[in-house]
Ligand binder design. Structure first.
Ligand SMILES: NC(=O)c1ccc[n+]([C@@H]2O[C@H](COP(=O)([O-])OP(=O)(O)OC[C@H]3O[C@@H](n4cnc5c(N)ncnc54)[C@H](OP(=O)(O)O)[C@@H]3O)[C@@H](O)[C@H]2O)c1
Length: 293
């Protein structure tokens, strides 16, 4: 395949993603397709940044006039002390996935668009969560915090179930105190059957089942899926995970994480450019690449 090189000149605006690794990221193609669709002279570049080089890399993108960057593993938490300010979403989720750079003042603001990306995709899939809903979140890392913090506002009963029970308890404690809610709890994997029985939504935020371990599932054998629940897997590579297939076989509706990816990207796009992102173009390129993979 021959790569197409578009017009780049002295007016070209730059954004990108800092990660280690970063080559697998779909964000460059997603954003560059959006810029091309809107005829914008912007480019999005992947930047491989070792953990110990993060501070230098952030000074670098500022010096080079970047308008913003995304952050992926392992920089989402370690970047926070290096920024000038963070939004409330970052304080609640404890992680940054997007930085907006103010070119005139040189200020860097940390944002978290994973949370809004997840909530927008729930709404797009007509999944409504309210005070009577029971939600089980598998995992207790950065994605779990974003998902849990996003759902906490709904007043739903939320239980974090994590391999390392202590980490689940820490997130539940933090969100319970942030939202003054007594309905946010944690449980060990051995309690999954009990706490998920009445669930209306199960969200997988662990990487289990992600390429290349496509035959793995975070749902233990022998634990029945809840009846009438929706299963949301934040993993998007592959588009259909083993967890989604197993859940569907048990009669659940299953939704994969590509929509969350697209909406978190769309939100970052809007923050940087001030323009409405072409969501369907962004979704189409992600789906195409994931289907080819
Ligand atoms: N769709 C999207 O836009 C989007 C956005 C963000 C993340 N994600 C997905 O979310 C995943 C997790 O991201 P993250 O940033 O939250 O990662 P993270 O901070 O490293 O947290 C990973 C969590 O998964 C658990 N876990 C890892 N391996 C496990 C295993 N083999 N068995 C059981 N539990 C395991 C960990 O448990 P311990 O606490 O016991 O270590 C931890 O709670 C990513 O891989 C990605 O697929 C998707």
């Amino acid at each position: 395949m021959t790569a197409q090189v578009g017009h780049i000149d002295g007016q070209t605006q730059l954004v990108g993603i800092l990660g280690y690794p970063v080559a697998h990221s779909l964000s460059p193609e997603m954003h560059n397709a959006a810029f091309a669709e809107l005829g914008m002279n912007w480019r999005y570049v992947p930047l491989l940044v070792r953990p110990e080089q993060l501070a230098a890399a952030l000074r670098g993108v500022l010096a080079l006039g970047f308008r913003g960057v995304n952050l992926t593993v392992p920089h989402k938490v370690t970047c926070i002390p290096l920024l000038d300010s963070v939004t409330e979403a970052v304080t609640i989720a404890g992680a940054v996935n997007t930085i907006r750079i103010d070119g005139s003042s040189g200020r860097m603001e940390g944002l978290n668009t994973d949370m809004s990306g997840f909530l927008t995709d729930l709404a797009a899939n007509r999944i409504s969560i309210g005070e009577t809903s029971r939600v089980v979140i598998l995992g207790a890392g950065g994605a779990a915090r974003a998902v849990g913090a996003g759902l906490a506002r709904s007043g739903a009963h939320i239980t974090f179930v994590n391999r390392t029970a202590e980490r689940g308890a820490q997130i539940a404690d933090f969100l319970r105190s942030s939202w003054a809610s007594s309905k946010i709890e944690s449980a060990g994997m051995d309690q999954l059957a009990e706490v998920s029985r009445e669930a209306s939504l199960v969200v997988n935020t662990t990487p289990v089942g992600m390429y290349p371990s496509v035959d793995a599932s975070p749902w233990p054998n022998g634990v029945p899926f809840p009846k009438d629940a929706v299963l949301y897997d934040t993993v998007y590579r592959p588009l259909q995970t083993k967890l989604m297939r197993d859940a569907e076989r048990s009669g659940l509706r299953a939704v994969g994480g590509v929509g969350m990816l697209v909406y978190q990207g769309a939100s970052a796009f809007e923050m940087w450019t001030g323009k409405k992102p072409p969501i369907e173009v962004m979704r189409a390129i992600c789906q195409k690449r994931l289907m080819e993979a």
